[in-house]
Design a protein around this ligand. Sequence first.
Ligand SMILES: [Zn+2]
Length: 117
Amino acid sequence: MKKEIAIVAYRCKKCGKLHYPYHDRCLACKAREFEEVKPEGNVKLLTFTRIYNLPWGFDQRYLIIGVVEFENKIRAMGQIHVDDSYPLTTGMTLKPSWGTVRIQYGENVYGLVLEPL
Ligand SMILES: [Zn+2]
């Protein structure tokens, strides 16, 4: 079954600025009231990096980490699941899902997974 993307952002009720993760006070206007916003649609790849020297405990040979922006402007970081040779470019559209980003002590650790459309 498809899991819901477990990301919630917070929109300032006073000025509308989006915060993710949560902040106690709005970074723009210092207000304290927020409404919860769920990410929507596909994502645009803003930047990415490939990591080859992984800490002990990772089964993968390398990781590709991207910072993306959802259609409703929420920004988040996730793992891009493509081959090392896949031609990633900033600005491209990816499909987000909530999936396994790591296996720790035999259990799946879930997070934001990004794949080509
Ligand atoms: Zn504000």
